[in-house]
Design a binder for this molecule. Sequence first.
Ligand SMILES: NC(=O)c1ccc[n+]([C@@H]2O[C@H](COP(=O)([O-])OP(=O)(O)OC[C@H]3O[C@@H](n4cnc5c(N)ncnc54)[C@H](OP(=O)(O)O)[C@@H]3O)[C@@H](O)[C@H]2O)c1
Length: 318
Amino acid sequence: MHYRRLGRTGIKVSEISLGAWVTFGAQIDDARAKALVHSAYEQGVNFFDNADVYAKGRAEEVLGEAVKDLPREELVISSKVFFPTFEGPNGRGLSRKHITESIHASLKRLDLEYVDLYFCHRHDPDTTVEEVVQTMDILVRQGKILYWGTSEWDVLHLMQAITFAKDNGLIPPVVEQTRYHLMHRSHMENHLAPLCQEYGLGLTTFSPLNSGILSGKYNDGIPEGSRAAQADMQWILDRITPQVVEQVRQLTELATELDATTAQLAIAWVLRRKEVSSVITGASRLEQLDENLAAAEFEDQLSDDLLDKIDLIFNEGD
Ligand SMILES: NC(=O)c1ccc[n+]([C@@H]2O[C@H](COP(=O)([O-])OP(=O)(O)OC[C@H]3O[C@@H](n4cnc5c(N)ncnc54)[C@H](OP(=O)(O)O)[C@@H]3O)[C@@H](O)[C@H]2O)c1
């Protein structure tokens, strides 16, 4: 496993990490989640991503239980706040009230004294960036979180947060968590990468397989037990168009030439960007985890010629 600095901070994260969304506390049972965490840890993964809303809080309880017998100091554990956790006007968003209550609830569920990374899961138009920065600064000083960042924020608000923090001696956001995969690349490459360069922002990118589509598993229908076969996943089915299937088939041909699987090529493609501190993967089975972690082997094998061919298949994404 390779480790990368989180932007210009001193903390290092495994370049491939494991997230809990959809799986922990929901799709898979707790024993399998624990086995995934332990196997990932044994293979060098130190970063485990979570959020207050994943499986309505259950995902944090499951991760907390799974890491009980692992050395806390070796782990980088994250959570997030923004989406509704209870009814009512203060049950969501980034007000000082909701952030403070949400971190307390997350720490309780995780049974931890602090999280290493804490993300504002989206920008909140109802709360000023100043209030968010001040609140995060307080939480860092209280030792409840070590670093903070944003997720899917636009450049304007990110820059406002960084600038306000710097101008006022407060602790700035140091990481943005953004969707980045072969079919969704322009925001990261055109808008976030310059910020990484200028402000030393780190990136933890998510959904490298576009929810599994880029593994090729949906090329011949919807396998039983897969994410697209779960309830309420129409949005994935909508993404599996004949054109997408054709693109993934062509990606498989390139992967085969490299002796990689389709999923490994898709993950290695993300890792080629040095702005990426960690690519957050998801897995419902141990075999997927093993396959995905081995993607690092191909990171340095993506020739310009291969990258050009990939660009042609995906028309440089959106
Ligand atoms: N900040 C945000 O707003 C945000 C949003 C989304 C995700 N995230 C984070 O990013 C993490 C990863 O996102 P993601 O789960 O969407 O990642 P992904 O890698 O795009 O999809 C993971 C899913 O694809 C399938 N899969 C994984 N490896 C496979 C393989 N080798 N072969 C075949 N199928 C495979 C599994 O689902 P099945 O086996 O069920 O098909 C797995 O659960 C999340 O857990 C979360 O921590 C953050």
